[in-house]
Design a protein. Structure first.
Length: 94
């Protein structure tokens, strides 16, 4: 069977497992997989705001701190989308 295809759900599960085990490079790969989606969600709330980069950084910091709580990569996209929206809203309120 070999290695899971990059970008596949199985590959993201492998990355998530490695991130839980403390592999920093797999966190970087997860960032690359989901960065576009997180930027899009945050931009949808913030527009072309100076807060956009802060929001994206905060979302991925929250991922780093919560990686052990996420059970599978299938739930990671929706989790990140929700966190991105809520983080952007919180930054608007501040």
């Amino acid at each position: 069977m070999g290695r899971p295809r990059a970008g596949s759900a199985q590959h993201r599960d492998t990355l998530l497992d490695a991130a839980r085990a403390g592999d920093v490079s797999s966190l970087g790969e997860l960032f690359e997989c989901y960065r576009g989606m997180v930027v899009g969600v945050c931009a949808g709330v913030l527009g072309r705001s100076h807060l956009l980069a802060d929001a994206v950084q905060e979302v991925f910091l929250k991922l780093l701190l919560s990686v052990g709580e996420i059970r599978s990569a299938r739930g990671l996209g929706p989790w990140l989308g929700t966190v991105a929206r809520n983080t952007a809203i919180d930054l608007l309120r501040a």
